[in-house]
Ligand binder design. Structure first.
Ligand SMILES: [Zn+2]
Length: 160
């Protein structure tokens, strides 16, 4: 089993928080190592230090690979840290269509509350938006509202 085939399998695992995107396109897989004995180690970079999703992703990876008769160890790698640059442009589009504003650089919740960061509305693109609540439908998301189209939306705020 080579690395690329394993990546292909991992592309079938949705993000536990946001099922429209998979863990590969979110850039959560740092690397897949296969040694001469065909032992597999999947290295993941957690996107949510504050969220309980990481253990679930570990579980999902092991389950999905064992469905393919593969045994893997899952290693969590904290350094280098995951950044939003690892999200593919396609995944960013999917997040937008799902009504979630993709993470912005320097868009931590602290900066959101200070209104120093502009989060564009995923519905109409307006930059005239406001923070309604630092915690949206999950701890990873903040609830925002657009001042132009008045639609509420989630902002994926973890980790930047
Ligand atoms: Zn809007």
């Amino acid at each position: 089993m080579d690395k690329n085939s394993i990546f292909k399998i991992l592309e079938n695992i949705p993000d536990p928080e946001i099922p429209v995107v998979n863990i590969v396109e979110l850039g959560m897989i740092k690397d897949v190592l296969v040694n001469d004995n065909n032992e597999i180690v999947v290295q993941i970079m957690p996107t949510y230090t504050a969220c309980p999703a990481t253990w679930q992703i570990q579980n999902d990876i092991q389950k999905k690979l064992s469905e393919n008769n593969l045994n893997a160890k899952v290693e969590i790698v904290y350094s280098p840290a995951w950044t939003t640059d690892r999200i593919t442009p396609e995944a960013s589009e999917k997040l937008k269509k799902y009504g979630i504003a993709p993470p912005q650089k320097n868009g931590t919740i602290h900066q959101l509350t200070e209104q120093s960061v502009v989060i564009p509305c995923p519905h109409c693109g307006s930059t005239n938006t406001k923070l309604v609540s630092p915690f949206g439908s999950t701890p990873c998301k903040a609830l925002m509202q657009c001042n132009d189209c008045l639609e509420p939306f989630d902002y994926f705020k973890c980790h930047l």
